[in-house]
Design a protein around this ligand. Sequence first.
Ligand SMILES: NC(=O)c1ccc[n+]([C@@H]2O[C@H](COP(=O)([O-])OP(=O)(O)OC[C@H]3O[C@@H](n4cnc5c(N)ncnc54)[C@H](O)[C@@H]3O)[C@@H](O)[C@H]2O)c1
Length: 443
Amino acid sequence: MRITVAGTGYVGLVTGVCLAQAGHDVTCMDADVEKIRLLQSGRIPIYETQMEELLRENAARLFFTADAQTAYADADVIVIGVGTPENPDGSCDLQYVYAVADSIVRYARHELVVAVKSTVPIGTCRRLRSYINARRDADKQIRIASNPEFLSQGTAVQDTLHAARVIVGAEEPQTFETMREMYAPFGVPIVETDLCSAEMIKYASNNFLALKISYINEIANLCETFGADVADVAKGMGLDPRIGESFLRAGIGYGGSCFPKDTKALYWLAEHEGRELKTVRAAIEVNEAQKTVVLKKAHAYYRSLRGRTVAVLGLAFKPGTDDVRDAPSLKVIPQLLDEGAAVQAWDPAARQRFTAAVPRTVRFCDTPEQALDGAEICLILTEWDAVCALRPADFVRHMKTPLVIDGRNCLRPEAFRDTGVTYESIGRRPVRNLTEKEGFDHE
Ligand SMILES: NC(=O)c1ccc[n+]([C@@H]2O[C@H](COP(=O)([O-])OP(=O)(O)OC[C@H]3O[C@@H](n4cnc5c(N)ncnc54)[C@H](O)[C@@H]3O)[C@@H](O)[C@H]2O)c1
């Protein structure tokens, strides 16, 4: 099949490369000329495991262009994977989706299916169908499928090649047929439904996962009040098949390009229809507060952070990606700087994107150990492998006063007993090795 993917971000590029791996001829189109140039030269604008090798292996079936006419003229399927960011009021901004629709109407030469992979508000595909039908030439059949994406950044390639399910919403048998043909080489289960249900499946899934994270984080905070251990609590809960163990890891909350915007978009959509999604609202509120819980913990030791050196390990919203969208680091680091702390940060992938989002004075380090050098507080914001591999002796050796606040529960509290390191995490009992007199001051 000849497939064009519009948008070469995390979703579009991974989709395009995996479709080529499945044997299709794929054109990846992006309005960003620089991105296309980079891709044409064999380089990848995002950090995602396996992408480089797959791109190399499938080079003969992958074509990159910034020219809409070249991209849309001869495709059998056009997959829309452009961004759908949030508007200031929390609603979803569809301008990029409609810009692609306009180009398709203008340049597509024959019958095709437009598969909307971008996360779009319920009802968008129906409106898009009317929009396109009102503008297309009478001899061009353009059919619409809703084909939401569920990949996770960091494991995006595997999530696509071995998806738990593919959702296809459509309203004509031929559209389902085309989509079945496109996904046949993947051999994954396909759930077929109408357009609105497919769109709803995406939002309902993401909102449920966000809710699960905020729920365990709120339970974690309560565990601290009662001296319970949230890791044990989550394990005990997760073994119940009705609950399941995934997304029950307590920490400083979710970020990234999906959960924050998709929770707000669904809340907005419901509100627009005169309904209030109380559970979703709670998930959003808990998550916002949770992002800065590490600062509250730091203040339990230091009344003021002015003049303190703080090591921040991890800037990306999760390991395996360079994405910092809605990452806790975007809230925590500016707050540290506002309080007069000096920040020494380390991240193996997200430094550039972080600097673009927060153009302030941060000392970036090449290794976690360098970031720890001379620091009085260490905040762990992303559980990169190199952070999980740190031992108590590393903190003792490098830090001025080894106070570690692990916002991702990626180290084991037991390891810190009798080591001289004071270790705090989320919802687990702290290990206090230094007394106030020895290590900390309350100014
Ligand atoms: N990132 C994820 O983990 C993820 C997972 C599931 C679903 N989604 C959804 O997928 C969509 C894309 O997300 P993303 O993270 O890949 O976004 P992204 O911001 O990384 O990439 C979007 C790309 O679209 C390009 N673009 C914008 N207008 C264009 C146009 N008119 N023609 C061609 N290209 C254009 C941009 O230049 C950019 O490269 C969003 O709706 C998102 O909610 C994302």
